[in-house]
Structures are given as C-alpha cells and as structure tokens.
Design a protein around this ligand. Structure first.
Ligand code: SF4
Ligand code: SF4
Length: 93
C-alpha cells in the first residue's frame, strides 16, 4: 500500500525559515483530521532547550483526506505532498 507523504520545508517554515509556525499555524487550522502537530525542535539543533525553536510536522499522514487545503493555505509554499492511500479512503464504502 502506497502511503501518503507530507513534507515541510524547514528552510521556509521553522526556526531557520521566514515564518515562525507559532504565529502562522494556517496548515493546522485548515486541516480537519488534525494531521499536523507543533512541537519543540528537540532533536535537530545544538540547543534543544531553546524555547524559541518550534516546528510543525505532519505526524498522522495516514489520516490525510487529500483535500490539499494545507498546501493552498501555506504562505511559504513549504508543504509538499505525495498522496497514497489513507485511512479515510480505506474506510470509505
Ligand atoms: S491535504 Fe487536507 S487533510 Fe491532508 S494534511 Fe492537508 S489539510 Fe490535512
Ligand atoms: S502554513 Fe506553512 S508556513 Fe504556516 S505553519 Fe504551516 S507549514 Fe508553516
């Protein structure tokens, strides 16, 4: 089964990008199944305890309905998607 992949370009959104995800959150607001999570960047920078560094990750891509709203809402064009089968499609009659 081909899985849906959702990637965020952190050179555009995140502690090293143009947009602070804590101020934007547009992808999170438009996503009905709540695929995205905002969390501290604990694992991938030299100071894991810096409270200013947060990022958005698509942690539940299997819940994606393929509506494309997050891609359209992102002001940085930071989200790219490869659609596969999701739990919604599998459950559909
Ligand atoms: S395509 Fe739709 S359901 Fe999928 S992550 Fe984006 S907003 Fe959510
Ligand atoms: S909509 Fe785009 S820029 Fe805004 S938080 Fe989501 S990924 Fe980042």
């Amino acid at each position: 089964m081909k899985k849906t992949k959702i990637q965020i370009d952190y050179s555009k959104c995140g502690p090293d990008g143009n947009t602070d995800p804590r101020e934007c959150r547009k992808c999170m607001l438009v996503c009905d199944p709540a695929v995205f999570l905002m969390h501290p960047t604990l694992e991938d920078h030299p100071d894991p305890w810096n409270p200013e560094r947060w990022k958005v990750t698509a942690v539940w891509p299997s819940m994606c309905m393929g509506c494309n709203k997050c891609v359209e809402a992102c002001p940085e064009q930071a989200i790219s998607m490869k659609f596969g089968e999701s739990l919604h499609m599998i459950r559909a009659p």
